[in-house]
Design a protein around this ligand. Structure first.
Ligand code: GLY
Length: 368
């Protein structure tokens, strides 16, 4: 068992990582239930894990009520938020109650936001069941729904009280989803931990093949990295937490072009975005070309896209940079870009000219 603290003063909490944890969830959830009914919010794809958690709670004498939502990004909507908050109010959820978010990033983001606003804020526990949610979105308190104008534009910082991660949930996760989540694991090496990137190069294949030890190590290492960064810059004001957006600006443009659909998963877009950020950095002689080549080699070798074409996107550089203008990270009309001076040396560059990004993107598809 691994217990990683997220140190945020009176909003501090632990992330517990343990194989088989779902069936022992009552050890952690029963003390939070205070003799009341626990609401568990999940989606249709997670029913199997829901049954495990409800059986564990009921064996411990805790009553639970499941709210099962449709799977997919479209669930992060005003309509689902309204329906969810109505259900939670009908259940009589109080400010000191803990609502359980059992699922991937969509469930975590929606439930977190619902709990941020329900009765001006109630407690919640993240129980992430995808690799992407385990290593990134369940930790750090970013919660949101999507708006017509873009993804995650309506939200709040609202920290969970506890994060419970059972790596065994990955056994039943579709392989493509595991690969997509793995991009966010590699991200931590690329940001500021070159030794961890080397570990990924040496162990990525084992991890993706389901090796339990490699998986547990990667999750714990990633969560510890995220906890460190979030503790330093909870609300993304100092620039430190912004480093977690490596690959997200290029990736966002690709996702937008794909219509934020399952054609291109978020983690896949991030993989392509990170490779593009390194290739752009090398193109501008900011980073060694060999580092950019290593990044692309490892991501491609892990079955992930590394540019627009391998992500299935044929749009021009200009079309892609136009999507970037809708990025919520725009500041006073300029878009801060995450670039790299090398592997483990990511930095925030506020001087990037979008026209040069467009020209670079065209050059990567051989249409300059
Ligand atoms: N996923 C980026 C962050 O949590 O800041």
């Amino acid at each position: 068992m691994n217990r990683i603290p997220v140190a945020l003063g009176d909003r501090s909490y632990d992330v517990v990582i343990e194989a088989g944890l779902l069936s022992r969830a009552a050890d952690y959830l029963a003390p939070l239930a205070r003799g009341r009914t626990t609401a568990i919010v999940t989606d249709e794809n997670v029913r199997r894990h829901l049954a495990t958690v409800q059986t564990a709670l009921s064996a411990a004498g805790v009553e639970s009520e499941a709210i099962v939502l449709p799977p997919g990004e479209s669930t992060k909507s005003w309509a689902q938020l309204e329906a969810l908050t109505d259900r939670l109010l009908a259940l009589g959820v109080e400010r000191n109650d803990h609502v359980i978010a059992l699922g991937g990033g969509v469930i975590g983001d929606l439930v977190g936001f619902a709990c941020a606003i329900l009765k001006r804020g109630c407690r919640f526990v993240q129980m992430p069941t995808t690799l992407l949610a385990q290593v990134d979105s369940s930790v750090g308190g970013k919660t949101a729904i999507n708006a017509r104008a873009g993804k995650n534009l309506i939200g709040a910082f609202h920290q969970p009280s506890l994060v419970l991660i059972d790596p065994d949930t990955l056994d039943t996760l579709p392989e493509r989803q595991v690969r997509a989540g793995y991009a966010e694991v590699v991200k931590y090496g690329l940001i500021d931990d070159p030794d961890f990137f080397t570990w990924c190069e040496e162990n990525g294949v084992r991890l993706l093949a389901g090796d339990a030890q490699a998986r547990a190590y990667a999750i714990a290492h990633s969560v510890a990295a995220k906890a460190r960064i979030v503790a330093e810059d909870e609300r993304e004001t100092s620039g430190k937490r912004a480093l977690l957006n490596l690959g997200h600006t290029f990736g966002h443009a690709l996702e937008a072009e794909a219509g934020f659909s399952d054609e291109l998963l978020h983690g896949e877009a991030v993989a392509a975005g990170m490779a593009l950020a390194f290739a752009f950095s090398a193109d501008k002689a900011l980073a060694p070309a060999e580092d950019a080549a290593r990044v692309a080699r490892h991501l491609a070798g892990s079955g992930l896209p590394v540019d627009a074409s391998s992500a299935g996107i044929t749009a021009s550089g200009q079309t892609l940079t136009a999507h970037m203008l809708h990025d919520k990270k725009m500041e006073a009309g300029t878009l801060p870009f995450l670039l790299a001076r090398g592997i483990g040396r990511t930095y925030l560059d506020r001087e990037v000219d979008l026209a040069s990004v467009a020209a670079f993107l065209d050059s990567t598809r051989g249409a300059a």
